[in-house]
Design a protein around this ligand. Structure first.
Ligand SMILES: [Zn+2]
Ligand SMILES: [Zn+2]
Length: 361
């Protein structure tokens, strides 16, 4: 895909932005960023940037400040909307199936309906809530909060019903079973009786009382003489944070910007958090980052490769980078010492080549 950056300077032979594209039918457009609420589209032929008429009502009512610019997902470049709203621009208005843009299974929503239909949920909830507020100008705060809760659950239910009868998106991610199959993960089936009244995750009955499935599995392997380390994703985020901070926060990167985010130890403790000021590239996490920084990435891995002959050497590097990576790990929610300790254990236990593959992942 060719990226054409819009700029406002008049050039010879190029019509000014207001008239550019006026005669074009915009037969083929690409969406700049499917994660924006009011999406912007670029015409492949005339390069004009526009929005779809079907978003006009919602956009002008609720998001008027988001209508003149969009940011391209791949590069995070800000681009000016040159044509405003035009009819039949989005895929649905053109009679094409909507393309899914699911959100990651992060700290917010884990349900697939919420991750795939986030935009529909936003739109419908905002609209109904604003209508309710307009109709009840004298409502108290409690009444408004109750109405909001009710609207949220009604909208979620209506989207669930819609998905069950005529799904707009196909949930196309690999299932857990497919992931296990693809990476040939060895699975050990353990059988255990359930307790009648489970409490706080303790659902399995043992002679010593109710325990969680994790504790049950741990005990099973420990009895066989294994040393067991339960893992979720955070230790891997910590591993990434420690081993990659110097690449991501490289001061030679021209797109590096100062960013501020909440101090996560305070968030954990449930107290008012201060702001961490740190540096991240503008396009961090986007598809374009790996492409743009290909040389720097290869150089970074070549540097790590110097240390992988010897686990002691690699652990030295890990310990050396641990404190330097603090800010970046805060950003990744990989700030907890216990997760960093488990990441260090992974460095001790895994073959260096496996580690590199995980980091490159
Ligand atoms: Zn066009
Ligand atoms: Zn449309």
């Amino acid at each position: 895909m060719t990226i054409v950056q819009e700029d406002d300077s008049p050039r010879q032979g190029k019509p000014p932005p207001a008239t550019r594209g006026a005669t074009c039918t915009h037969a083929t457009v690409e969406c700049l960023n499917a994660y924006e609420l009011i999406r912007k589209y670029r015409c492949i032929t005339c390069k004009a940037i526009m929005m779809c008429e079907c978003d006009r009502e919602f956009g002008t009512r609720f998001l008027s400040h988001q209508l003149d610019r969009g940011s391209e997902l791949k590069t995070q470049k800000r681009m000016r909307v040159t044509l405003g709203f035009r009819p039949n621009i989005c895929r649905e208005c053109r009679g094409l199936p909507a393309e899914p843009a699911p959100h990651d299974e992060g700290y917010g929503s884990t349900s697939k309906v919420k991750r795939y239909y986030w935009r529909e949920l936003w739109f419908e909830t905002w609209r109904r809530e604003a209508d309710w507020n307009d109709a009840h100008p004298d409502a108290s705060d409690d009444e408004r909060a109750a109405a909001r809760d009710q609207i949220e659950s009604e909208v979620l239910q209506s989207i669930k019903d819609l998905h069950a009868t005529s799904p707009k998106y196909v949930f196309s991610e690999p299932s857990q079973a497919e992931v296990l199959e693809r990476y040939r993960v060895e699975v050990t089936n353990l059988k255990a009786p359930y307790v009648i009244a489970p409490q706080r995750g303790a659902v399995i009955a043992t002679p010593d009382g109710a325990v969680s499935p994790e504790a049950f599995a741990t005990e099973h392997f420990e009895k066989m003489g294994w040393w067991v380390m339960p893992l979720e994703s955070q230790p891997f985020h910590a591993l990434f944070g420690v081993m990659m901070w110097s690449l991501i926060q490289d001061f030679n990167d021209p797109l590096l910007k100062m960013v501020g985010f909440a101090e996560k130890n305070a968030v954990d403790a449930g107290v008012k958090s201060g702001l961490v000021n740190s540096f991240l590239p503008d396009d961090f996490g986007s598809e374009g980052y790996a492409e743009r920084r290909k040389r720097a990435i290869n150089k970074h891995f070549a540097e790590i490769a110097h240390h992988i002959e010897d686990t002691e050497d690699l652990l030295w590097l890990f310990d050396h980078w641990r404190s330097y990576s603090e800010d970046f790990r805060q950003y990744l929610w990989a700030h907890r010492s216990k997760d960093v300790d488990r990441a260090r254990r992974l460095v001790e236990l895994l073959r260096p080549q496996v580690l590199l593959t995980i980091l490159r992942g």
